[in-house]
Design a protein around this ligand. Structure first.
Ligand SMILES: Cc1cc2nc3c(=O)[nH]c(=O)nc-3n(C[C@H](O)[C@H](O)[C@H](O)COP(=O)(O)OP(=O)(O)OC[C@H]3O[C@@H](n4cnc5c(N)ncnc54)[C@H](O)[C@@H]3O)c2cc1C
Length: 399
């Protein structure tokens, strides 16, 4: 019998396990991950950006956790000898409509208390000779890191404080008894007084397995990348983003420097036909049935049909993808874009057809489920772990 259990070895589960072990020294804990290694899904397939938090509604969980998370992540890296680079980020407006949205974003970043500089077209090109636009915002605190390295360090801290981390341990059943919650893998049953579940792309299924009230469904959205040919990796020095459409939960195709000295382009956002298969055209009948049978999915499609079709077209047609980037980086050529591995976002869609933009939790008597941990949850993982720990301790006190 353990004190606490965690399901999911992505960055959120790992940070929660480490935080639990720190907050309750001496408590016994386990973490179960179904893959043979940690960080195999969203955490290991992302852009590697430490976001500053300018986009998010002031007062939302996302806004405050991202700001706090950016400094906590950098402090964690410094403490654990993990390199990161403060590259800064440019948000480039390329049309009159985007200028209006850019000004709204500037206002929002001030409300979120984030340092941001407004620069004109000439200054933009002076700083980034390959980038063009009508104007831009520069956010100096945006940085890059390798989240797999952070995850490995979180796992080491958890193990060092006595936690048991089991890999290739797929949770297939969660059952609550009067004094414990039983978590079964095909080979073993673990018992704990309380359980935290951070299942990413499987979070709705795990919540249903535990009998938690869930009114949303996870819909997979592929984020496809290209890598810039090495000969062009000097193209940009900061990260370069378009001005996002506030109606969509995604940021638009951007140019990001990576810790290995390369540049990635993307991700786009295309409806996925499989939750955890990364090859293009991957299909999983159970995953498709799961969203196709959910009324909220069909309600969500209507308002986003146009943008969805345009994303699909650009996914199938490389030149279309290129044109998106050429709006702000006109010197890019087709031959500069080399295929790269995609990521898949776990997007919670609500019954009314809305996208959940913030963290979503669900509970039973002894289990707490992180049902939606949207980008930038890698940035926010350390403070979100604090929120998860206080929620699970509160839940335990009610027993
Ligand atoms: C394309 C893309 C780009 C992104 N870019 C950024 C970025 O630049 N910066 C940023 O801050 N955020 C970014 N994000 C968001 C960020 O990566 C995720 O929000 C974060 O990694 C979520 O972590 P997680 O632990 O909740 O999920 P995951 O990393 O998906 O982990 C969930 C884990 O649960 C395990 N699991 C599931 N079911 C079971 C089961 N039955 N039994 C045992 N284990 C199970 C899975 O195997 C997995 O390891 C991006 C995401 C994507 C997809």
């Amino acid at each position: 019998m353990y004190d606490y259990g965690v399901v999911g070895g992505g960055i959120v589960g790992l940070a929660a396990a480490r935080e639990g072990a720190r907050a309750r020294p001496g408590a016994s804990m386990f973490l179960l991950e179904k893959e043979p290694a940690i960080a195999r899904h969203q955490t290991g397939h992302n852009s590697g950006v430490i976001h500053s938090g300018i986009y998010y509604a002031p007062g939302s969980f996302k806004a405050s956790l991202c700001r706090e998370g950016a400094s906590a992540t950098k402090a964690f890296c410094a403490e654990h000898g993990i390199p990161f680079e403060d590259r800064g980020k440019l948000l480039v407006a390329t049309s009159e409509a985007e200028l209006v949205r850019m000004n709204a974003l500037y206002k929002r970043s001030c409300e979120n208390d984030i340092e941001v500089e407004r620069i004109d077209a000439r200054e933009l090109t002076r700083r980034e000779p390959n980038i063009a636009g009508l104007a831009a915002l520069f956010v100096p605190s945006t940085a890059i890191v390798d989240y797999k390295r952070i995850s490995a360090a979180l796992a080491d801290d958890f193990r060092a404080s006595g936690g048991d981390l089991a890999l290739s341990a797929q949770v297939v059943a969660i059952r609550e008894e009067a004094a414990a919650v039983c978590v079964s893998t095909p080979s073993q049953t673990y018992r704990a007084r309380a359980l935290i579940v951070c299942g990413g792309l499987q979070s709705d299924r795990l919540a249903q397995m535990a009998g938690a009230p869930v009114s949303h469904r996870i819909v997979p959205f592929r984020g496809e990348y290209y890598a810039l040919a090495p000969s062009r990796s000097g193209l940009i020095s900061s990260l370069v983003y378009p001005i996002p459409d506030p109606a969509l939960p995604f940021l638009g195709v951007h140019l990001t420097r990576t810790m290995d000295g390369g540049v990635i382009i993307g991700p786009n956002a295309v409806l996925g036909l499989a939750r955890e298969k990364y090859e293009k055209f991957s299909f999983d009948a159970r995953d498709v049935a799961s969203f196709a049978g959910f009324p909220g999915f069909w309600r969500a499609i209507g308002p986003h049909l146009r943008s969805g079709l345009s994303e699909l077209r650009n996914s199938l047609w490389k030149r279309g993808y290129l044109e998106e980037c050429r709006k702000y980086c006109p010197t890019l050529e087709l031959r500069d874009l080399e295929p790269a591995v995609a990521g898949i976002r776990a997007q919670a869609v609500l019954r009314d057809g809305g996208f959940a933009h913030d963290f979503v939790f669900a509970e039973t008597a002894r289990t707490l489920h992180v049902c939606n941990a949207p980008s930038p949850a890698a940035t926010s993982a350390i403070p979100i772990a604090g929120v998860i720990a206080s929620k699970i301790f509160a839940l335990e006190q009610r027993q």
